[in-house]
Design a protein around this ligand. Structure first.
Ligand SMILES: [Zn+2]
Length: 1001
């Protein structure tokens, strides 16, 4: 052993000695950064330059063997011209001259994107690339997202990647990492998975992904000989503005010395002699012949003089660069489960505003994602059980694919971030709503069409729609989660009285009341017990008048609001003397009648009373660049502390049997007739222990805001949390956020993204918020959590004005949060599930077809008869029919038939190691048993995260670390008696292809 170690040491010594005399090897990586939608829409970009990039690069690569190009999917799939060139592209890809990096449909944001959507966009991209070109991307290329998440490296590792690349991290941190040569490290992004899913990570240096553009002898476009892209149309004569001086005998030396100087500067920041020199920037290479025609002789010149210059240059792909660094065989430092969020470009430029920019877009994106998840599971169930049913598979897959694409597209780093121009935001919204309409059609078809052709063709026994039927409505409710849940469904109706019945005509507990935000509608709350992946139907019978006979009224409680006098903050002389309790199975909430605000929450199980109050504050932003730092769609610059955003509060309480609703309306000025903000809190009352009572649902209403206001919901408590908070990375894992002091801008730099969850805690209790969309969150004082809910900004920076990027968002927004307070141990057990249940609320589809009466035994024809229920610590992350073939096409131009029999299944363990004494433990389940409700499982095969690798054949590169830990190869399943048993340990996501014996019921 000792001998072996010595040899290794000697070898590595000789490598170091050799390196010292070697010249710097430069990997020139040509690439073009093409935002799918930022300032311009997809169509505009395609027209102005993007189509040209793909075609001209393909041409140019074919001409010279040594040329390379880095490409990520983005608009590529849509590029029709390229369809004719698939053969050529395939060849270039096969020869390693054209490389797809990342491989998702877009380069996603990492701060405000959700795990579900990151998976959708990568799975679709990887499926397409593998089927079309036979390639599986192995390197990421996160050059532009505004900060880097620690969940991303875990996902790339799980997808079988060998290297991860990031760029935008805090300017001061990057500076120190450069000086200490620590830009490269092995990242163990998950605290539980550790070295099992580690990945080598390269952080781009301060030049980031663009080539240095300022050259003293040329013009400002540096090494971009094709100049600057032109909108709306490419120039007819092919001459673009701002083209650099061409490479000639006269200029070549000046170009070479500038390039070499830059290469040497960068080489100093890295431990090996390899320099990654990205050649490109935004919207480059639309005229790549001129690019390569200049770069070729420049590189020749440098290589011919490499002895003197100490530098060699070559075109390379990212794979070639990572391969060279890997082969240097160094021992790398390890980074644990810490992310690079938030991100600042300089002391007053904290990119923490975008966490909350365009609340509506963020909300719609998440709703679309939830609909997609529900539709995927439902179609899978349908397909397995009714392969010949009337919902045709091609039609259904087309709807799903459209929704997958819309959900993927908006994950772009100028999409869900809200950092795009208004017309591009409208484009994303339009694509999402259009695809959601298709999703709705698919859901309706599966719900409503008889599942058997015979029934469809049988003569309909139409009952005449009499008056009685006009006052009846059916509601179909589907639970897309593989857990049994008890919940409250809210249906908005126009009648003041209603009774609810289940499929067997038994009355169902319900509650009806006037809606908080409308005078003409009513909220009907239905207590629903739903089994995993099951649907159920309710019949609602309406009436204009109250039910005369109590015995015939069903179980609907008619709730009436109680009004409280408006309270002005001027009168807050004596508060806390008149407290009004609202009780539920979990809590005693106290509301202060002197302020109309929440006063305290007592968690009944722990009997601990915590002072909690909630109200709205706002940051008043500066809009004049001459007067100081501005806030915009990216940046949050707090221009002083937040101020209270209201002068008076009105309260109504609607006590109920199922829900008690507390309505608080906040008036900006005492004399205002209309309120500026509202909080509607729904406290679930309990029928036995049916409804889990911890989550207090709150829906807020804000807007239109005055210009240059950034409004936060501030929840202040008596918890001694010392300004430490926890927020999630993409809904995958929690990050501890300790308050940090900076020379400048401390407030804004202590803002963090909250995708699903944020909490604060002290020794005893934890206060948790889970959200239905991404927000910014901060703890500016001990016991305090503030969530930035809405921003409306305008500033006079010419660049912002020119691109219409000032975020003058005049919308009214209605986000929802769930608030929970419990002992730390209880909270740890439930907060993740609460977030998932909020994200994947049951699908509620009212059916306005009075003649469509269900027959007595109709429920037997629902897509599947039995529930699918996973243990509480396991989550059915994905159940879908991807449709991809996951094999390379044989014929060059044959469009393969989609594969409808392969089901992609992902199961995730929700807990971190040690988070809960029981629930954190690894768990063995038998998939055949667990999935019996779906069908008879006939085969399963473990795959990489996006499905492209059989896990048994996946060999990831090993990178040396000081502790010498490396990923251990794990057998893909437990062999032995039971081939369908799998063990899932803390934070694992395991992906399978499964197939079922089809059955016809
Ligand atoms: Zn970008």
């Amino acid at each position: 052993m000792r001998l072996l170690l010595t040899i290794i040491y000697l070898i590595s010594c000789s490598v170091v000695l050799a390196n010292a005399t070697e010249s710097i090897q430069t990997f020139v990586i040509p690439h073009s950064h093409m935002d799918v939608g930022w300032v311009y829409t997809v169509q505009e970009s395609m027209h102005a330059y993007a189509a040209n990039v793909y075609t001209s690069v393909t041409e140019e690569l074919s001409k010279e063997k040594n040329r390379r190009f880095e490409m990520y999917l983005k608009l590529f799939k849509d590029c029709l011209i390229l369809k004719k060139k698939k053969k050529k592209v395939r060849q270039l890809v096969r020869e390693g001259r054209l490389e797809f990096v990342l491989g998702g449909q877009v380069m996603p944001d990492e701060a405000v994107t959700d795990l579900d959507d990151l998976l959708v966009q990568m799975t679709e991209g990887h499926g397409f690339l593998f089927e079309t070109f036979g390639v599986r991307p192995r390197f990421s290329w996160g050059v532009d997202p505004f900060g880097a998440s620690a969940a991303a490296p875990v996902l790339f590792a799980l997808a079988g990647f060998d290297g991860h690349l990031i760029s935008r991290i805090d300017y001061d941190l990057k500076d120190s990492m450069q000086k200490t040569k620590k830009l490269q490290f092995v990242w163990r992004g998950s605290a539980s998975l550790q070295e099992r899913q580690q990945i080598f990570t390269h952080t781009m240096d301060q030049f980031s992904y663009c080539t240095p553009s300022y050259l003293p002898f040329s013009n400002r476009s540096g090494f971009y000989w094709n100049g600057v892209a032109l909108f709306p149309d490419p120039p007819k004569d092919g001459v673009y503005p701002n083209m650099s001086l061409p490479i000639t005998k006269e200029t070549v030396h000046a170009y070479a010395s500038t390039m070499v100087e830059n290469i040497k500067q960068r080489a100093d920041w890295f431990r090996t002699k390899h320099v990654l020199w990205p050649w490109g920037c935004d919207k480059q290479f639309y005229n790549s012949s001129v690019q390569f025609a200049n770069m070729d002789p420049l590189m020749d010149y440098i290589n011919k003089n490499s002895k003197d210059l100490g530098v060699t240059v070559r075109y390379a792909t990212l794979a070639e660069y990572f391969r060279a660094v890997h082969d240097a065989d160094l021992v790398w430092e390890v980074r644990g489960s810490e992310d690079f969020l938030p991100y600042s470009t300089e002391s007053h430029q904290a990119w923490t505003g975008f966490y909350a920019s365009r609340n509506i877009l963020k909300g719609v994106a998440r709703r679309a994602s939830a609909q997609l998840h529900a539709a995927e599971t439902l179609f899978t169930l349908y397909r397995i059980n009714y392969p010949d049913g009337p919902v045709t598979k091609d039609w259904a897959l087309a709807k799903l694919k459209a929704l997958r694409w819309a959900v993927s597209e908006v994950q772009h780093h100028d999409g869900i971030t809200g950092t795009e121009s208004p017309k591009v935001a409208d484009m994303y919204l339009q694509h999402l709503t259009q695809a959601m309409m298709g999703g709705e059609e698919l859901l309706a078809a599966i719900f409503l069409l008889p599942h058997n052709i015979d029934i469809l063709n049988a003569p309909r026994n139409h009952k005449k729609a009499g008056a009685r039927h006009d006052l009846e409505q059916y509601v179909i409710v589907y639970n897309p989660l593989a857990w049994n849940i008890s919940t409250v469904i809210n249906v908005t109706v126009t009648f003041p009285f209603a009774r609810v019945f289940d499929e067997s005509r038994r009355p169902v507990p319900a509650q009806i009341q006037r809606s908080a935000l409308s005078n003409v509608t009513y909220d009907l709350f239905i207590l629903a017990d739903l089994e995993g992946l099951q649907q159920t139907k309710y019949l609602i019978s309406f009436s204009e008048k109250p039910c005369p006979l109590k015995s015939k009224c069903g179980s609907t409680f008619e709730a009436k609001e109680v009004h409280f006098e408006t309270r002005s903050i001027r009168d807050w002389k004596k508060v806390g003397s008149r407290l009004l309790p609202v009780l539920s199975e979990c809590y005693k909430l106290m509301f202060d009648q002197d302020t109309n605000l929440l006063h305290s929450i007592t968690h009944l199980q722990d009997k601990r009373r915590v002072r909690v109050t909630q109200d709205f504050w706002e940051y008043r932003a500066n809009g004049d660049v001459k007067a100081g730092p501005i806030s915009d769609n990216y940046i949050f610059s707090a221009n002083g502390s937040a101020v209270r955003a209201y002068e008076a509060v009105r309260m109504e309480i609607v006590p109920g049997d199922i829900i008690t609703e507390i309505r608080q309306y906040f008036y900006r000025n005492e004399s205002d007739e209309d309120y500026a903000f509202s909080i509607i809190t729904r406290v679930p009352e309990c029928f036995g222990s049916k409804v889990r009572c911890h989550g207090l649902e709150q829906t807020y209403s804000l807007g239109p805001l005055p210009v240059n206001a950034e409004v936060v919901l501030r929840t202040s408590s008596s918890l001694k949390s010392d300004r430490t908070l926890y927020t999630d990375n993409n809904g995958y894992q929690m990050m501890k956020r300790t308050h940090r002091e900076f020379a400048n801008n401390t407030l804004a730099r202590n803002y963090f993204p909250m995708v699903r969850t944020a909490y604060i805690e002290d020794e005893l209790s934890r206060l948790v918020l889970v959200a239905d969309r991404a927000h910014g969150v901060s703890s500016q004082a001990s016991g305090q959590l503030e969530v930035m809910l809405h921003r409306r900004l305008w500033n006079n920076l010419p660049w912002n004005l020119g691109y219409n990027l000032t975020l003058n968002d005049s919308s009214v927004v209605r986000p929802t949060l769930h608030v929970m307070l419990a002992s730390k141990s209880v909270a740890a057990k439930i907060y993740q599930r609460e977030a998932i249940e909020l994200q994947h609320r049951p699908v509620v589809m009212p059916v306005d077809l009075p003649h469509l009466r269900w027959q007595e035994n109709e429920h037997k024809r629902s897509p599947h008869a039995r529930a699918v229920v996973l243990p509480p610590n396991l989550h059915l992350l994905s159940l879908s029919i991807p449709g991809w073939n996951y094999s390379v096409r044989s014929g060059e131009n044959v469009q393969p038939e989609p594969d409808y029999d392969r089901v992609l299944l992902r199961i995730m363990h929700l807990f971190e190691e040690g988070e809960d004494p029981e629930l954190s433990k690894p768990l063995t389940i038998n998939l055949k048993d667990v999935l019996r409700g779906i069908g008879d499982l006939s085969a399963m095969e473990e795959r990489s995260l996006t499905g492209t690798w059989d896990i048994g054949s996946l060999q990831r590169w090993r990178w040396k670390t000081a502790d010498n830990k490396a990923e251990k190869k794990r057998s893909s399943r437990r062999f032995g008696d039971d081939p369908f048993s799998v063990t899932i340990s803390a934070k694992e996501i395991r992906t399978f292809f499964v197939s079922f014996n089809s059955r016809n019921l």
